[in-house]
Design a protein around this ligand. Structure first.
Ligand SMILES: [Zn+2]
Length: 161
């Protein structure tokens, strides 16, 4: 039996920022977007990088509004979220050339949601053999320098949205 690797179940994003604020709430201060790894803040949704990914290029797409449930979203927000997931997939494809993607949503703590209060999609690029690679390196995760480099690579594409 082939075990499906479900990277969105491993969500190491539980740490809030220094001020203890929700990492998915964009706030009004855009000066710290790079530090927060925020790639895009639209009217309805925000895209940022997972600070503790199991694979480089792991993005998170959330509504701007701090809501926890799908049924709390307006139709406008739903449309914008799926559009941003689609665009994230498009940009990652262009920049990182993965073979495929896992797109996931964790609802509730039991399902692995690290930040339950603010709903968010995981967009995880996949490459052939990446699970073997991950097994070999075990607990070693992508180092922050790589995340920052990937962030700077992806940013111009999100800026031109
Ligand atoms: Zn929030």
């Amino acid at each position: 039996m082939k075990v499906l690797w479900a990277p969105w179940r491993m969500e190491y994003i539980t740490e809030s920022n220094e001020k203890g604020e929700c990492i998915f709430c964009p706030g009004d201060d855009r000066d710290h977007d790079e530090k927060r790894l925020i790639l895009h803040v639209g009217e309805q949704s925000i895209v940022l990088m997972n600070r503790f990914p199991y694979i480089n290029g792991h993005l998170l797409v959330a509504p701007v509004r701090h809501v926890s449930d799908l049924d709390a979203l307006t139709n406008e927000e739903k449309l914008d979220l799926v559009t941003m997931v689609e665009r994230s997939v498009g940009i990652l494809t262009k920049v990182m050339n993965p073979g495929g993607f896992n797109v996931g949503l964790n609802l509730g703590n039991i399902a692995g949601a690290g930040v339950e209060e603010h709903i968010h999609f995981h967009v995880v690029p996949r490459w052939g053999g990446d699970t073997n690679y991950m097994t070999v390196i075990g607990e070693v995760r992508v180092i922050p320098e790589h995340i920052q480099a990937t962030y700077l690579k992806l940013l111009p594409f999100f800026k031109s949205l």
